[in-house]
Write a protein that binds this ligand. Structure first.
Ligand SMILES: N[C@@H](CCC(=O)N[C@@H](CS)C(=O)NCC(=O)O)C(=O)O
Length: 222
């Protein structure tokens, strides 16, 4: 199996955390964001969206981080991160759909427009988009905060795929122009989750490594 990723990309980190958590062996091919390697023809034949992550397993070309996480957990025959129990699995799927469509759609877009664009791409963020994201994030952060009032994890009483999905934009949490102070349960949860070794070890050692191919991976080809 080969996983295509960009160093520091939140969606790549989600999948790498599952690889760590399940102690799986696979090749990781890092693409250079600044050379736009994720837009080259060879990679577009794997993921026509020109986005990471993507997984190749034999004749399967799989993109969408949540789908890759589910595939890896199934492949590892893991019954804890992604239990076969229909109700537990439905609940995990619900939160993975929700983070993708709502919470992290606005949090991720806010991070991209207000931080990633100016800092990494030397472009101005779109003010109208930033304002819209901030307004929607109040609503979705409220939903997440209420859910976490009486529980430590998203589903049941242990870590599942839903947790790694939920926190994947955490690197940008304190950098975005958003007041998180009223969302105390959400904040406690993010603090606990971001220190998990399986997650923390997916982060580049230094911000200058974000988007660049780590030296140890530079001889691999798409
Ligand atoms: N819904 C997709 C989102 C993938 C995505 O947006 N990836 C970002 C990195 S975190 C990317 O490749 N951005 C580069 C681009 O869009 O050009 C997933 O969950 O995999």
């Amino acid at each position: 199996m080969k996983l295509y990723a960009i160093a520091g990309s939140p969606n790549s980190r989600k999948v790498l955390a599952i690889v760590n958590h399940l102690n799986m062996q696979l090749d990781v091919q890092y693409l250079d964001l600044f050379k736009a390697e994720h837009k080259e023809m060879g990679y577009l034949a794997i993921n026509p969206n020109g986005k990471v992550p993507a997984l190749v397993d034999g004749d399967l070309k799989l993109w969408e981080s949540n789908a890759i996480m589910q595939y890896l957990a199934n492949k590892a025959e893991d019954d804890l991160l992604y239990p076969a129990n229909n109700k537990l699995r439905a609940d995990i799927n619900k939160w993975q759909c929700w983070e993708l469509a709502h919470f992290n759609q606005v949090f991720g877009t806010l991070a991209f427009e207000s931080v990633a664009k100016p800092v990494f791409l030397k472009q101005e963020g779109n003010i109208a988009v930033i304002d819209w994201c901030k307004e929607k994030l109040v609503q979705y952060a409220g939903v997440l905060n209420s859910h976490l009032k009486n529980q430590d994890f998203m589903v049941a009483d242990r870590i599942t795929l839903a947790d790694y999905s939920m926190i994947h934009v955490e690197f940008f949490k304190e950098q975005v122009p958003f007041d998180w102070s009223e969302f105390v349960h959400l904040n406690t949860y993010f603090e606990r989750m971001r220190s998990l070794p399986q997650w923390a070890s997916t982060a580049p050692k230094h911000p200058s490594e974000i988007g660049r191919v780590p030296a140890s991976h530079s001889d691999m080809k798409v």
